[in-house]
Write a protein that binds this ligand. Structure first.
Ligand code: DSN
Length: 448
């Protein structure tokens, strides 16, 4: 349908999503409702601010741009150049980086660009075992990384369930990898990037730090930054950083002179095509938000919530991998409770608490079943949940997982989930009523 000139699109006027495609509109509305009614504990999840959402859905999606600011393959990029330069400047300032590439579509794409920069097919990588907390893109055998490179894995120490840097060094000396990857998607402890760099130097390897999960904590100064140590730092942007579903790459002063141009070429045209301009805008907004004092307050609350949840779960007899957490996530071992991760995920889903089953180090279950669940506090902290709600949550988790819940228990827990969700309503900016906007804005401005 041709859009009439000078026409503003309003709900139900024949041009809005609701009018053009009521099926998709209805699905989005149902998902909006699900997000409001569920307690989101998936550790990689978060809720973007209305401003990030607005940038993501903006007219920038119409613009085609390839290349980099000042070096484009299409004309009409003057605004896009300004936008991308702004995003780059903000990323460099926030993370103390000498070079930033904001074009990766995802964290995995960012990793692939690093591989293309320093590896040839068949070269050796040493990364964290997927079953011990690593990530698919770090070399799992059924992925592109696993098929193109010779991938080896380090695991956590069987006693402490933490990284054992002496063991990793011994393994690195044995394998002689060209690239070592530090970073995880299910590791609840602080990662010593300085030590990783020493290991890499001892064996003549490059170091990639994938901070997808912890980048928000790094930005807020609540986890040591890898930027001074790793040759390459990659991240997705939608997790603790609370941005759009996208990626980025950072280089420190020590590696930018050698790799800045190379990494840019590896991103485009190496592993991807035209820029997702709308995502660059959303990342620029995300970076501005992450520089504000309220973001640091949010991340401190995130860590505090995670600590309270972990401590209370331990007191209720749950076993946590490594005995606790230093960051926004934890892994609950359900073996002694006599249920699998899959059963736990299903039970909690039935009362609208969303978690994911997760492999534990040295797990004897299949990846589709798992012995544990991973939970994280980033999304509920954005929603405004604080310490009191953490104690309520552990009570609910306990009731659902420590024994087979009765029908009465399920009803009671569901009611309590509804109460908590009403207490801290999540208002996506698709809720256009003006009356809601004030509280919606205040939701993202935790008082410093
Ligand atoms: N990397 C996956 C996770 O940690 O959940 C998805 O982003």
């Amino acid at each position: 349908m041709a859009i009439p000139k000078n026409k503003t699109v309003k709900k139900n006027d024949g041009l809005s999503l609701n009018s053009v495609d009521p099926e998709v509109f209805a699905i989005i509305e149902r998902e909006n409702q699900r997000q409001k009614d569920n307690i989101e504990l998936i550790a990689s999840a978060n809720f973007v601010s209305p401003a990030v959402l607005e940038a993501t859905g903006s007219i920038l999606t119409n613009k085609v741009a390839e290349g980099y600011p000042g070096r484009r393959y299409f004309s009409g990029c003057e605004n896009i150049d300004e936008l991308e330069n702004l995003a780059i400047a903000r990323a460099k300032e926030l993370f103390g980086a000498a070079h930033a590439n904001l074009e990766p579509y995802t964290g995995s794409q960012a990793n692939h660009a690093v591989y293309l920069t320093v590896l040839k097919p068949g070269d050796r990588i040493l990364g964290m075992d997927l079953g011990h907390g690593g990530h698919l893109s770090h070399g799992a055998k059924f992925t592109m990384t696993g098929k193109h490179y010779d991938c080896h894995f380090y695991q956590v120490d069987p006693e402490t369930e933490r990284l054992n840097y002496d063991q990793i060094l011994a393994q690195a000396k044995d394998i002689r990898p060209k690239l070592i990857i530090a970073g995880a998607s299910a590791y609840p402890r602080t990662i010593d990037f300085k030590r990783f760099r020493e290991i890499a130097d001892e064996v003549g390897a490059y170091l990639l730090a994938d901070i997808a999960h912890i980048s928000g904590l790094v930005a807020a100064g609540l986890h040591p930054s890898p930027v001074p140590y790793a040759h390459f730092v990659t991240s997705s942007t939608q997790k603790t950083l609370r941005g759009p579903r996208s990626g980025m790459i950072l280089l420190g002063e020590h590696s930018a002179p050698e790799f800045a141009r190379k990494i840019d070429s590896a991103v485009f045209p190496g592993v991807q095509g035209a820029v997702h301009v709308h995502a660059i805008a959303a990342k620029a907004v995300m970076l501005k938000e992450a520089m504000s004092p309220s973001f640091a307050t949010y991340q401190r609350q995130n860590l505090e919530n995670s600590q309270i949840l972990a401590k209370d779960l331990l007191e209720r007899g749950f076993r946590l991998v490594s005995g606790g957490t230093d960051n926004h996530l934890m892994l609950i071992d359900l073996t002694e409770k006599g249920i699998t991760g899959k059963e736990a995920e299903d039970r909690l889903a039935s009362v609208r608490i969303t978690v994911n089953k997760n492999m534990l180090p040295y797990d004897s279950q299949k990846p589709t079943i798992c012995s544990g669940i991973r939970i994280g506090t980033s999304a509920i902290t954005t929603r405004g949940f604080g310490s009191e709600e953490m104690y309520c949550l552990t009570e609910l988790i306990d009731q659902m997982l420590s024994s087979e819940p009765t029908v009465q228990t399920i009803t009671k827990v569901r009611d309590e989930v509804s109460r908590l969700c009403r207490l801290h309503p999540h208002l996506n900016s698709v809720d256009k009523e003006e009356g809601e906007r004030f509280s919606l804005e205040s939701q993202y401005q935790l008082q410093s």
